[in-house]
Ligand binder design. Structure first.
Ligand code: FAD
Length: 492
């Protein structure tokens, strides 16, 4: 029986462990933390439950696929529901826009709130659906670094559509052309943040991200986002995958450009394959011999990071729903600060996720669990203690102003994380949420491939490699690795 070692039990690591176990490998997963899930873990405090990281679920079928692959019924493991309102947007002038997942309803809402003609919204979302369909096979499902990918008929067909894919304008340029109303432009520019990018730099093709919510649907995990890794972990255990928690891999042992296994403490765990689910920079800096170094990706810009306040709130606010955004008055200035990397804009866009709106047991009676997040630059050794304190004041001021409340009177407990914790808890280089940013036109091609060109038996999945960060993409990376391994080993 061939043996595989997986470094990291993030969603990507768990997914590849399941896939390899299904293919007949003896799989061992090594995880530094005492729990699976990485960025998608949870914690509980004073009667409140919080998802630490991801809050919005799209493309849940990619999770189902793992259970189906193992001959299981997905709903026996993981339950999710479609949400009708994917986000509620609040503006300083009192406007509230409800982003209904239904295109007709949403176009009506934009007409009612901003006088945007309905056909503009409908055509724009159709355009994004076309772009998504034209690009997703190549950019999300296949390795961009194998010649064979480009020889497929499907990919050649996508290439014919290049002139219509908005590759050569930024997201903001396209959105400003399609819509007159600044509030609407701001809503669609926001999709850049779904992979930690900047709408004033990221290519217009990324506007297609909105297609996920408006055409395929936004979802919520019935029992919290952490049930995504928990359910895949349960499946992996059933398939015989071995887990070593509190086990930080210190070295990937290589012999003559071929993997031998992984080293934890004094022990070498030998295996035929090693799949890394850790950040690519960390792998090259810490786990591989010095002679192997990151080349192309060395200077790639990191995605943005975040400061998150997890607040237990002793009141229920009917104005808010599951996902809420309080928009900055100047997105341009906010992104300038995120790019600049030193200070944080004083009027940030605030995201408030309240899972107790759906699952009341996530908070005590008549209370709510607020996950309050702002996007900030990745860690460049800024004075985070000072920035966190200042941001908290600005966040509270803005929440009170926009919602007309005094939220500080209702905060009964607080936990905070900033880019330093994100880095220390998951080894995500500089605390970036989504690996490298997509702020350049060719970003997709410059992400690290899912395999090593120099070391036989070494593969990579997770948010810092192709196709990128975010749960659906991380699951795609595991699928691509699975295909690469099959191709590399079955041809023998
Ligand atoms: P990670 O979660 O990065 O896990 C890597 C694992 O490797 C960790 O458990 C770490 O402990 C382990 N590890 C590292 N080094 C070692 C070592 N040497 N030995 C052993 N183990 C090691 N995505 C969405 O789809 N929707 C969202 O709404 C969303 N919001 C987000 C909000 C925040 C605040 C954050 C942080 C992320 C968000 N994301 C979101 C992104 C999403 O969470 C990530 O893309 C995804 O969870 C990353 O999974 P991964 O497989 O790359 O592994």
């Amino acid at each position: 029986m061939k043996k595989a070692s997986v470094i990291g039990a993030g969603i990507g690591g768990l997914a590849i462990a399941v896939r390899l176990a299904v293919n007949g490998y003896k799989v061992n997963v090594f995880e530094s933390n005492s729990y699976p899930g990485g960025k998608a873990a949870e914690f509980k405090t004073k009667g409140f439950r919080f998802d630490k990281g991801p809050s919005l679920l799209t493309m849940p079928e990619k999770i189902d696929e793992l259970f189906l692959l193992a001959g299981r019924t997905p709903r026996d493991y993981f339950k999710y529901s479609k949400i009708n309102e994917s986000c509620r947007y609040f503006y300083e002038d009192g406007t509230v826009i409800k982003a209904y997942s239904d295109v007709m309803k949403f176009s009506e809402e934009l007409f009612n709130q901003t006088k945007t003609p309905k056909h503009q919204t409908i055509n724009y979302l159709k355009e994004n659906e076309f772009i998504f369909k034209a690009t997703s096979y190549l950019f999300l499902e296949k390795s961009l670094h194998k010649l064979k990918t480009y020889l497929s008929f499907k990919v050649l067909f996508s290439a014919l559509k290049i002139p219509f894919l908005n590759l050569f304008s930024t997201m903001n340029e396209i959105n400003s052309k399609r819509f007159k109303n600044e509030k609407v432009v701001q809503i669609f520019n926001r999709y850049a943040t779904y992979n930690g990018s900047d709408p004033y730099l990221a290519p217009g093709v990324l506007n297609s991200i909105s297609n996920l919510e408006f055409k395929r649907g936004a979802f919520s995990a019935d029992n919290g986002m952490s049930t995504i890794p928990k359910s895949i972990y349960k499946l992996a255990l059933e398939l015989g995958v071995g887990f070593y928690f509190n086990s930080s891999v210190e070295e990937i042992r290589i012999d003559e450009n071929e993997v031998e296994g992984v080293v934890v403490g004094k022990d070498l765990y030998s295996s035929d394959l090693v799949v890394c689910n850790t950040d690519i920079y960390y792998i090259y800096n810490k786990l591989l011999p010095k002679k192997y170094s990151l080349k192309q990706q060395k200077n790639s810009e990191r995605s943005s990071s975040a400061i998150i306040f997890y607040w237990g709130i002793d009141k229920v606010f009917d104005k808010l729903q599951l996902h809420n955004i309080l928009f900055t008055q100047s997105y341009k200035n906010e992104f300038k600060h995120i790019r600049g990397g030193i200070s944080i804009y004083e009027d940030p866009t605030i995201y408030i996720n309240i899972t107790s709106k759906k699952k009341t047991s996530d908070a005590p009676k008549n209370s709510e669990n607020w996950f309050v997040m702002i996007n900030v630059p990745y860690n460049k050794d800024q004075d985070w203690d000072k920035l966190v304190m200042k941001s908290k004041k600005n966040i509270i001021k803005k929440i009170n102003r926009v919602l007309n409340i005094s939220i500080e009177d209702n905060i009964v407990c607080e936990n905070v994380i900033d880019p330093r914790n994100i880095e220390s808890e998951t080894h995500s280089f500089k605390g970036a949420l989504y690996g490298t940013s997509s702020n350049t036109k060719g970003a997709a091609f410059f992400r690290h491939p899912n395999f090593s060109k120099e070391i036989k038996g070494l593969y990579f999945c997770g948010g810092s490699v192709h196709p990128g960060g975010g749960i659906p993409l991380v699951l795609s990376s595991a699928k691509i690795v699975d295909e690469l391994i099959k191709r590399d080993y079955e041809k023998k």
